[in-house]
Design a protein around this ligand. Structure first.
Ligand SMILES: Cc1cc2nc3c(=O)[nH]c(=O)nc-3n(C[C@H](O)[C@H](O)[C@H](O)COP(=O)(O)O)c2cc1C
Length: 142
């Protein structure tokens, strides 16, 4: 068993993703992830997804392949895939923290990025980690 974390971003293929469509993804994710001991969070803003997946490397590999083929999004881009000592989101089979771009701008080092209208699709590994550490510190925990 090797615990890993995978972070990717992608673009919704549905121009205006409905709340129900998002709810369907979350419901499906929570059901499957609980069974596979996978945890994480999903963010959605301006047509782009940002997802953190944590679990055993073989389970995460298999899920990532499945997710990549999902036609509800495309341009699936892996930002990080690395071993971790402990989970950042152990209590969430798939959390959906309610955050806005304004909240994201408050993360030290991220203001410029979101203030310029960039989307998750423009993130790279360094910024993904900055965002992740803000989440780990609990800024948006419910
Ligand atoms: C943005 C996005 C995130 C997803 N995240 C997950 C996830 O965390 N876990 C999961 O099982 N499926 C996730 N899915 C759905 C999978 O792509 C796939 O449809 C699903 O796992 C198939 O489940 P089933 O085998 O129960 O039909 C996600 C899909 C999208 C579009």
């Amino acid at each position: 068993m090797e615990l890993v974390q995978c972070i990717y971003c992608s673009a919704s293929t549905e121009e205006n993703l409905s709340d129900q469509a998002l709810e369907d993804i979350l419901e499906q994710s929570r059901r499957n992830n609980a069974r596979a001991d996978i945890t994480g969070i999903l963010l959605f803003d301006s047509g782009a997804f940002f997802q953190v997946l944590e679990g055993d490397s073989s389970a995460i590999d298999a899920l990532y392949l499945k997710i990549k083929k999902d036609t509800r999004h495309d341009k699936v881009t892996r930002l990080i895939f690395e071993p971790i000592d402990e989970r950042a989101f152990g209590e969430w089979s798939m959390g959906y923290p309610k955050i806005t771009k304004e909240d994201l701008k408050e993360i030290p080092g991220m203001n410029d990025f979101f203030a310029h209208g960039n989307s998750f699709m423009e993130l790279e590994a360094g910024r993904a980690k900055t965002m992740l550490s803000a989440f780990k510190k609990g800024n948006w925990r419910v």
